[in-house]
Ligand binder design. Structure first.
Ligand code: NAP
Length: 311
């Protein structure tokens, strides 16, 4: 594969940026990769791991002469880092982000970008519950979707170039409007995470079944909730604060459905429960047919990095 960007600057060096760097290297997609993270600890770790050609002590130094800048920090930190790097962005450069929420993030980045810089927001629907520079791996995006949410007046050539980079990383790229993205992700990722956090919280409150019993019997479904609920607290706090409306909408619908099932259980309405569970089973089949998960049995499944939830 050929070089798509001469210099890529990664701002934030955790799971997503690290995985991008590994994948860009594997595919020969970037002439040079510069990186910046706020803590000396992370910068030192990346120097040791070696997935960047150089790691700078300031964000401004990392973006100097870059033709692609990737903002890979928590959603709530996007505005601050954009303000910091804006004066150093080269005309003709593309800025993208990997934030899990789009409308709110775009509103916090776009106003600070100088004229002549292209902004193509993005979100890879791939991830694990692990974070930090050691958690990245080149195959993270293989066969996974990346959603780009450019504004209608965004330069199509800038979007096409970023699309080529993600495809080079093994991803399938789709474009959609930011608000639509946020609603879809509230259903497929954000609300399920909130439910997982809640379920683990409930178990934690029930002191009788915590500690030994919760851990001992965790194979039966609860284990997957705990895996999702181990996701990074900062990232998820920011996701809910940024995708407030869509999450509250879906949570309202979820609560209504829960009451329907609660009533069916109370009334002993086995037919209603059976019909409901038959419909949901079909959705699982659809996900497997779309290649977004495997049909491997869950119980006793070996813990593989690639099985992590996307956001
Ligand atoms: P991560 O592994 O926790 O890495 C986050 C990076 O951002 C670290 O380098 C961290 O620096 C830096 N950072 C944290 N807070 C910051 C702040 N206030 N100011 C400046 N830098 C800060 O996170 P990640 O999973 O790669 O997520 C990065 C972005 O990708 C987020 O916007 C998230 O929504 C999105 N995303 C995540 C997933 C997922 O499953 N994890 C999937 C798709 C998209 P230090 O290490 O120095 O603290």
């Amino acid at each position: 594969m050929s070089v798509i960007y001469q210099k890529v600057a990664l701002i934030g060096l955790g799971l997503i940026a690290g995985s991008m760097a590994h994948a860009m290297r594997a595919g020969g997609l970037a002439g040079q990769i510069s990186g910046y993270a706020r803590s000396a600890e992370t910068r030192d770790a990346v120097r040791q791991i070696g997935f960047c050609d150089d790691v700078t002590d300031s964000a401004v130094d990392a973006v100097r002469d870059a033709d692609l800048v990737v903002l890979a920090v928590p959603v709530g930190a996007m505005e601050t880092v954009t303000k910091e790097i804006a004066p150093m962005l080269a005309p003709g450069a593309t800025v993208t982000d990997v934030g899990s929420v789009k409308a709110d993030v775009m509103a916090s980045i776009a106003p600070h970008l100088p004229d002549g810089v292209f902004f193509v927001p993005g979100h890879p629907l791939a991830g694990t519950e692990h974070s930090g520079p050691h958690s990245g791996f080149a195959e993270l995006f293989e066969g996974k979707y990346v959603i780009l949410t450019p504004e209608p007046d965004t330069d199509p050539a800038a979007t096409a170039r970023l699309r080529a980079l993600w495809e080079g990383c093994g991803a399938m790229v789709e474009e959609m409007e930011a608000e639509h993205h946020d609603l879809v992700l509230a259903v497929t990722s954000h609300t399920p995470h909130l439910i997982a956090y809640t379920m683990v919280g409930v178990a934690d409150h029930l002191r009788r079944v915590t500690e030994s019993e919760v851990i001992k019997y965790s194979a039966a479904g609860f284990r997957d909730f705990t895996r999702i609920a181990a996701s990074d607290p900062t990232m998820w706090r920011d996701v809910f604060l940024s995708n407030k409306e869509a999450t509250l909408d879906i949570l309202g619908r979820f609560t209504e459905e829960l009451f329907v099932l609660q009533r069916a259980i109370r009334m002993g309405d086995g037919e209603a429960l059976h019909d409901y569970f038959t419909k949901t089973r079909a959705i699982r089949r659809g996900i497997i047919e779309a290649g977004q998960d495997t049909d491997a049995p869950d119980f006793g499944r070996a813990p593989v990095k690639k099985d992590g939830p996307g956001t």
